[in-house]
Design a protein around this ligand. Structure first.
Ligand code: BGC
Length: 318
């Protein structure tokens, strides 16, 4: 619940499922794997018919989901993939590789990497190592950016480009901030940073704080191009203030609707609707999926995408 997005996810799921007439038991696991396992065990004991899970660690649920399977419970992975188990029935998510590709392409376009001479300095702030999504975000972005790194047009002065080197434990803002503080001190006293690939908004906030402390955004040192994901209100405000360049919007209402309808299909003894039955291999099987399309939000379209669509009120972004 420390991340705005998951609260919106929970509220929307609760709302749609309740409207459909189901009894909902909504629990948050405080980013703790063991707490999540205990919560799921409890739900199994209490007779849940369907489990909708956004896993803290997607590979840590095999044992408890075997219990769910034995109890005849259907399991839906919500947003984050559940790996290393046969006992997940489907996944409702966004195209996570595309999220990364949109971020990478945004940086490529903003710096005009195709035409400009460069070189430009880039640093990377990736997600948590236990979140399967994080590898797709970074992978999708690097498909776009790696060729420019290889040709020397983009330079990562810290040398930190692997998922392990760039990871942010539990996607925490202060962890991202501390790492960026260190990078700026060690590699950017004489050089300026031109772009920061941040995999999501909570990590972008950390990078932005570090950059501000180092003097970016004042005098003749503009903020670098900074990406994000989720369109959390703090970050949309940063976009409006010119401190963050973009965020990838994944409408929690649309995903909740899709996942609620998956649950409804299972409750009716039917198979949900899927749009991808080949990609989502979790190491134990290919899991049928419905993957929604993420979109880019910037200063130019936030009004239309976030306010006119009713996602936020104008006042929430003040
Ligand atoms: C979600 C992102 C979120 C991140 C941190 C990911 O699995 O897809 O939307 O920013 O977790 O909670």
């Amino acid at each position: 619940q420390s991340l705005q997005r998951w609260n919106q996810v929970g509220e929307n799921l609760n709302k749609f499922l309740t409207e459909m007439g189901y009894e909902v038991d909504l629990q948050y696991a405080d980013n703790e794997v063991q707490q999540q396992v205990s919560q799921i065990e409890n739900m199994i004991t209490k007779g849940a018919k369907v489990l909708i899970i956004a896993p803290v660690d997607g590979s840590a649920l095999s044992a408890v989901l075997a219990e769910a399977h034995d109890a005849g419970i259907k399991v839906i992975a919500h947003d984050r993939f559940i790996t290393e188990t046969e006992n997940v029935d489907c996944v409702g998510t966004f195209d996570n590789n595309k999220v990364g590709a949109l971020q990478g392409q945004y940086i490529a376009d903003a710096l005009d990497l195709e035409h400009a001479d460069g070189p430009f300095n880039l640093e990377i702030v990736a997600g948590s190592l236990d979140d399967d999504n994080a590898s797709y975000f970074l992978g999708g972005a690097m498909e776009i950016l790696q060729p420019y790194i290889d040709s020397g047009k983009l330079v990562v002065r810290s040398g930190q480009t692997t998922r392990e080197q760039c990871a942010t434990d539990a996607w925490q803002t202060d962890v991202a901030q501390a790492r960026m503080d260190n990078i700026l001190t060690a590699y950017y006293t004489a050089e300026k940073l031109d772009a920061v690939l941040c995999s999501n908004d909570s990590t972008a906030l950390g990078a932005e704080s570090a950059l501000k402390s180092a003097g970016y955004g004042s005098g003749d040192l503009p903020f670098p191009v900074i990406t994000g994901q989720d369109c959390d209100t703090a970050n949309v405000k940063a976009i409006i203030a010119g401190e963050q360049s973009m965020s990838v919007f994944k409408d929690t209402r649309a995903l909740a609707k899709q996942v609620a309808s998956m649950a409804q299909a299972f409750m009716n003894g039917e198979e949900p609707e899927y749009n991808d039955t080949t990609t989502y291999n979790n190491g134990a099987k290919v899991v049928p999926a419905y993957a929604l399309e993420p979109i880019v939000v910037t200063k130019d379209n936030y009004q239309e995408k976030l306010v006119d669509s009713g996602y936020y009120t104008e006042a929430e972004l003040k």
